[in-house]
Design a protein around this ligand. Structure first.
Ligand code: ADP
Ligand code: MG
Length: 239
């Protein structure tokens, strides 16, 4: 369970401020989609939530606890990126188990979590294969599996499907929708530039522009009542 609050988050790289005071409250189990033009700060915000970037000011709060100074590995957050590096010499099973092994998780517990992730992602048949014997979509699912086995309370996705071709994107989008159903207590933030993904997956969509939030709402809200032309064009509302 994770209620996640972003309070006046600012982030600068040197003199360049790229997040100008982001405020957002996310409820436990919500599926939030971030959209916005390239360069508007979406990845920076995800990386800041994960602790891979240090924010310049503001507070990141999970279940009432301030996380700013908590190490990335202690935040209970898993992140899946657009480009994923699997270990080519390890099986699918080992790729998913590796991160748990190095933190000393007991073998039986690792086995249970890897098999559960395999089931959720329909990789059960592939656990003993090596990455080179998998399709691009299956590989991306292994990368998602590695994130699932850590039992995160917050799951961050940064354009996970953008390297896949159109047919695979649709198939994997359906997998993500199932993932959301099978982990109903996990708060998920999903960055995409694909309107269909945003409208079909999101409980709420957050539209970013130049380091600020332009509008937050359900897909229906944004589609029917875009706050301005920018949001309308981004969501694809009839003008
Ligand atoms: P998005 O994910 O929405 O495309 P990013 O968060 O990647 O946007 O980038 C936001 C802005 O921050 C861009 O202007 C980008 O050039 C800049 N930026 C991102 N990462 C760095 C970095 N490590 N150092 C300097 N500038 C960066
Ligand atoms: Mg990005």
């Amino acid at each position: 369970m994770a209620d996640l609050s972003l309070r006046n988050i600012r982030k600068a790289y040197g003199d360049l401020e790229v997040l100008h005071g982001i405020d957002l409250e996310m409820r436990s189990g919500e599926f939030i989609v971030f959209v916005g033009p390239s360069g508007c700060g979406k990845s920076t915000l995800l990386r800041s939530i994960a602790g891979l970037e240090t924010i310049t000011s503001g507070d990141l709060v999970i279940n009432g606890e301030r996380m700013n100074a908590v190490a990335p590995s202690k935040r209970g957050i898993s992140m899946v990126f657009q480009s994923y590096a699997l270990y080519p010499h390890m099986t699918v099973y080992e790729n998913m188990a590796f991160g748990l092994r190095i933190t000393g998780t007991p073998k039986a517990e690792i086995d249970m979590r890897v098999r559960k992730a395999g089931e959720i992602l329909q990789l059960d048949e592939y656990l003993q294969r090596h990455p080179k014997a998998l399709s691009g979509g299956q590989r991306q699912r292994v990368a998602i599996g590695r994130a699932i086995v850590r039992n995160p309370r917050v799951f961050l996705f940064d354009e996970p499907l953008s390297n896949l071709d159109a047919a695979l994107r649709v198939a994997t989008r359906i997998e993500i929708a199932k993932l959301k159903q099978s982990m109903p207590e996990v708060t998920m933030i999903y960055v995409t530039h694909d309107q269909v993904e945003a409208l079909t997956l999101a409980d709420r969509i957050v539209v970013f522009k130049d380091g600020n939030i332009e509008q937050v709402g359900t897909p229906t809200d944004l589609y029917r009542k875009p706050a301005n032309l920018f949001v309308a064009q981004f969501i694809g509302s009839p003008a």
